[in-house]
Design a protein. Sequence first.
Lengths: 263, 391, 335
Amino acid sequence: MDIVVCVKQVPDTTDIKVDPETGTLKRETAGTTMNPFDMYAVEEGLRLKEKLGGKVTVVTMGPPMAKEMLKIAIAMGVDEAVLLSDRALAGSDTWATSYAVAQMCKKLGYNMILFGKQAIDGDTAQVGPSVAEYLDIPCVTWVKKVREVSETEITVERMMEDGVDVVKATLPVALTVVKEINEPRLESLKGKMRAKKYEVPTWSLADVNGDPAMVGLKNSPTRVAKSWSPERKFGKAEMIDGADAAEKADKVFNRVKDLGFIK
Amino acid sequence: MNYFFTDEEQMIIETSREIAQKKIKPVREHYDAEGIFPWDMVKEMANAGLCGLYIPEEYGGMSPKGSKGIMQLVLATEEMSKVCGGIALSNAASALGTFPILLGATEAQKKKYLPDVASGKKLAAFGLTEAGAGSDAGAMRTTAVKKGNKYILNGTKQWITNGFEAETYTVFAMTDKSKGARGCSCFIVEKGTPGFTFGKKENKMGIRASATTELIFQDCEVPEENLVGGKEGTGFIIAVGTLNHSRPGVAAQALGIAAGALDESLAYARQREQFGQKISGFQAVQHMLAIMAVEVEAARSLVYAVSRSVDAGATDFAKDSAFCKYYASEVAMKVTTNAVQIFGGYGYMKEYPVEKMMRDAKITQIYEGTSQIQLNEIAAKLIKESAQKKK
Amino acid sequence: MAEFNKADFKGVWIVAEHRHGVLHNVSYELLGKGREIADQLKVELAAVLMGDGITPLASQLVAAGADKVYVVDNPMLKYFDDEAYAGVLAQLAEQFKPEIIWTGATAVGRAFFPRVSIKLNAGLTADCTAFELDFEKRDIMQIRPAFGGNLMAKIVTPERRPQMSTARYKVFKALAMDANRKGEIVKPEIKFDSIKVRAKMTDFIQELETTINIAEADVIVSGGRGVGSGDNFKIIRDLAQAINGAVGASRAAVDSGWVPYSHQVGQTGKTVSPKLYIACGISGAIQHMAGMQGSDVILAINKDAEAPIFSIAKLGIVGDLFEIVPALTERIKKG
C-alpha cells in the first residue's frame, strides 16, 4: 500500500498573539508548524501502513523552510517526505495548488492519499477533493473512522452535521480526516534522530511535469482583492453584580430577557 | 545551568517532556486517586523509545556505544517525574529489574530477555526485599534448591515495584544458606511460571500509580538456564551492583519531583495575590523559592555528575551513587514540603498537585536503601578510604 | 482552456441541499441573497435540486424566491455521493452557463463543490459570510473569514466563470415564503452513464446524542476548563435545556474527555454565531474566541475578573459558576 499524506505548513496558533490595542492578529509573532488537522492524516497513514504494510510518504508544497515541518512527520515515523517548491507556484489558490499537489502524487504513485479536513489558516477544505478530481479518483471527506480496508476497497465513516454516513469506496482513494479519527502519536526518540539527519528532497514544478500555465497567482481563478482584520467588539463587558448568586442570576435573567432571548 | 547536553540527550529531554506534559499530566491525578497501573502511559513511553535507553543497541536498546546509558535513563526519569513520580517509576523500576541481567547474565539470557524490555513490550521487576530482609539483605529467607535441571523456589518477596504488571522478574534466593551472602543467587522468573503468584497490592501513601505487590513462590520450578550468569553464589554481587547502578535513577526521580514542585511553586507565587500584591513579591516567599532552586540545582549537578562518571566507565562508584541518591531524595522531601507551604491551604488540597508531590517524594528517602543506609555506606567508604590513605 | 466570454454566462444558481427529505435552511437563506443579486444583475435566479424522489420539494424553492428550478430526480442521487452530485452539477453548468453558483458551506456543499470547480475550471471560495456585487464588471465579491476568523478576505474571480462559493448558514436572510410565486420547473437531460461513482454511501447513523447541532443553534451554553469534570457538565446541560439551547465546550473540556468533540467551539472545532452565547468557566483562549466571536450577545461567567473572555463579552458575571449557573437555570425555569 503506497500512502501519500498531504500536509501544510501553517502559523503556529499556540503562538498567535492578539494586539490588545487593535484586537488584530500579530502575525509576526507566529512561528510555523504542521497544520494540526494534518497530524491526524499522518497518524492514520501510519496506522494503515501498520495494518497493510507498504510505505507512507508525506508531501507538501511551500517555501524551502517547510522542510522543517516535514521532519515532524519523519519523527513520527513516516518513511519519506518530499517538498514541492518553485517560484512559479507562489500565490496559487486552491485550484492551482490542487493541480500541483496532484502532479506530485502522480509522480510518487499512490493507493491512498490522505489529507487533514482543512488547514487552520485558509480554512477552505478544498484541496483534498480537488486533488481527487484532478487525479480522477474518489474522495471521501470528513472521515472519522476507517471501518475496513483491503488492497482494493475501503469502508469509512463520514462525519456529517446530523450523524455519520457509512461510505464504501474503491481504491485508489483520497480521504480527508477529522480530529475524531485518532490521536496522533508523539515523535519518538528514534524518529527524532532520523529526522535530524534526514535530507528532504525538493522537487520543482518541472520535476513533477507541472504546466506553468496552471499555477501561480496569475493563473489562479480566485484573487484576494483585499484582506483586513475584522472589527472586534473588544472592550469591557457590562459586569453584572449582586449580593449573591441568586441576585446575579436574577439581574442577568432580566437583561437577557430584555434582549429577547427568553420568551 | 547549561549542562552542555549532546543532541541525543537533548532529544531525550524533549521527548520525555512532551510525554510528561501532553500525556501524563492530564491523567496523573486520576491514576493517583484510583491507584491503578498506567499501562497507557507505559505504552506512550514504549512508542517514544524511552524503555531501552540504558540497554545496548545490540539488544534493541539505545544506550550509546561505550556508555551504560545511565545519563539517558536519568534524563528521561527526571523529566517525567517532574509531572508524576509514580508514573515515571514504571520505566525506572523496569530498569532496576533489568540491571541484574545487564550486569550478570549470559549472552543467551541477554538475547532472550533484553529486547522485549528495550522495546517496552514487557516490563521487568526486581525481587530482592523480603519482610524480614529489607536493608539487611543478608537475612533473606527465599530459597532455591536444585533438582535435576531445575531450581525449586520457595519464599515471599515483599513491596516489589511493578509486581504483577511486569513479565520478567529478577529474583534473589539462597542456593546455599551456609555460605551467607555468597550463597545467594539471582534467577529470571517469568510471570505465569507455575508456583509463582502475587500477593496483595499495597495501598500506598504516594507513587500510587505504581504497582507494589508481594511475589509468592511455592515450589516454583525455574529452569536452570534462568540462573543469572549460570553460576550459583553471584546473587549478592549482582544485587549490590544493580543498586549501585540504579541509585542515580532513583535520584533522578527525586530530582524530578523536586523540580516539578519548584516549577509549580513559582507559577503559583506569581499568580496568587495577598495583601494587594502577588506573593512572589514577599521576601519570605522569595527566599524560600531561591533556596529551593539552589537545592534542586545542586541535586541535579550531583546526579548528572555521578551518571556521567558511571557511563564513562568509573569502577568504584558505590559511594558516589549513594551520594546522589541520598542528596536528591532529601532535597525532594524538603522542596515538596516547602512547595506545599508556599501554596498554603491550597497546597494541602488535592486540587493542586503539590500535596501529591510531597507524598510521592517520601518514598525516595526509603526505597532502594533508606537515607540512613546511604549514609552508612558513605561513611563506611569514607573511613575505609581514609584508612587506606594512611598506609 | 477553451475560449470563453464572460458575457456568455448569465444567471444566479443556488444548489439546494436536503438531508433525509427536508430542505436545509441555508438553501432558503441563499435564495434570499441570490434574489437580491439576480435582480441587480437583471438575470434569472435558479435553484438546482438533485436527489431521488425530491421533485415535490421544487415548489418550495419557487416559493422561497427561485424563478426556475432545475430538478434532477434519479435513483443514482438517492444518497449524497460526491462524484454523482459533482458530475450532475458540472453537466448542468456546462449546458446552461450560470455566472454564479452558490451552495451552503455544509458538510455536503464543502465536499462536492471543489470537484465541480475543477471540472469547470472555475474559481471556488469557501465559507463566505457576505457577497457584494461589482456591477460594472459583473464580479461578485466573496467575503470570507480565514485564520479561524482572525482575518477577513475579499475574494474575486475576475477571469473565470462561473463564480462558485459555499456560504455559511445563518448569515443571509431568507425571503418570506410565498406559495403564489410563479416559477418554472425544468427537468434537464443528464448523461448518467458518463458519471463514475466509486465512493458510495451505504448507511446512515443518526447521532445518538439528541443535542441540537451547535452550528445551527440560536443559543449555546458552553463549558470550559472551569467546569472541572464530565459530571459537572450536568449544570451546563441543565442550563442549556432550560433556555432551549445547545451545549458547547472549549477545547480544554473536550480534550479532558468531559464532552464529545462534536460540541467543541473554536478554531479546531466548530465556528458558531448564535444569538446568545453563554461561556461558563471559559477563560477565552484566542482559538476559542475565534470560533464564537460572531455571536450576537456573549454572556461570560468566570471566577477570574481578568479572564480575556470578558473583553469580548457583552455581559459578564464574576463568580463561582457552580453557584451562578444553577441559580440562572432556576431563574429561567421560574420564568
